[in-house]
Design a protein around this ligand. Structure first.
Ligand code: CU
Length: 177
């Protein structure tokens, strides 16, 4: 029994290591560059909520502010742009604005793209298709869709924040440590 347990542990360790060195997804256009993109695998508590988060570094290479407004994927019914305020996440109205030449980090505990109404499981290693929609000035176009290839599911306990959309914590509850 001990040895079986040890084998299981080493398998988990091997999976973790192999996921750790997997090249992150990248999507580059002349205007918007998305790097280090990954999606939190929904084999954890998120699966029950049928939602999960996407994280990445996004750089604006245009001379005007660009705004990430949402996106589409075959894995979810709805793609929203979210933020976390005081440990509680909420839809970020108006989208995520990126100043000219600047980057933003979407990361656990902060800004993120939320996949809601999941249609398919996202397990560690699952490749997820995702198109992100930006508004801004792209030549004569006012919007741009960036396709992220090889967006990979990864286990993450980072952040420790709750992705539960409801019930909203009462003020008296959130004050409890
Ligand atoms: Cu969210």
């Amino acid at each position: 029994m001990r040895s079986k347990f040890a084998v299981a542990l080493s398998l988990v360790a091997a999976m973790t290591i192999s996921l750790g060195i997997t090249p992150a997804a990248t999507a580059a256009t002349n205007d918007v560059v998305v790097t280090r993109a990954w999606v939190r695998s929904a084999a954890n508590a998120d699966q029950a909520m049928m939602m999960t988060g996407v994280f990445a570094k996004i750089t604006n290479r245009t001379s005007k502010t660009v705004t990430l407004t949402g996106g589409t994927t075959s894995f979810a019914g709805v793609v929203e742009v979210h933020q976390v305020v005081d440990g509680v996440m909420a839809k970020k109205n108006g989208g995520i604005k990126i100043a000219p030449g600047k980057s933003v980090m979407l990361q656990p505990g902060g800004l993120h793209v939320m996949l809601l109404n999941l249609k398919k499981k996202i397990l560690p290693g699952t490749l997820v298709d995702l198109k992100l929609t930006f508004t801004g000035t792209f030549g004569t176009a006012k919007s741009k869709v960036v396709t992220i290839k090889n967006l990979i599911g990864k286990i993450s306990a980072a952040g420790g924040e709750s992705y539960s959309p409801s019930p909203m914590p009462m003020p008296s509850m959130s004050a409890t440590k």
